[in-house]
Design a protein around this ligand. Structure first.
Ligand code: F3S
Length: 62
């Protein structure tokens, strides 16, 4: 599966990073850094938690 962040949708909530700091990274203002990478299945619970945590639906797992 592919994990991506649409940084244009990111509003700097930093909830993805709070849920899974080992997966997501943010800048000094709390905005997600670009991310586009493969994740193996079964998808790690931390990845799913980070995706679900974003209120802007900026993170996609497809
Ligand atoms: Fe941005 Fe959503 Fe994370 S708004 S910082 S991608 S929780």
């Amino acid at each position: 599966m592919r994990l991506t962040i649409d940084t244009a949708k990111c509003s700097g909530h930093a909830r993805c990073w709070e849920a899974a700091p080992e997966v997501f990274d943010i800048d000094d203002n709390g905005y997600a850094l670009p991310l586009d990478r493969e994740v193996s299945e079964p998808v790690d619970a931390a990845v799913r938690a980070g995706v679900a945590a974003c209120p802007e639906r900026a993170i996609t797992l497809s």
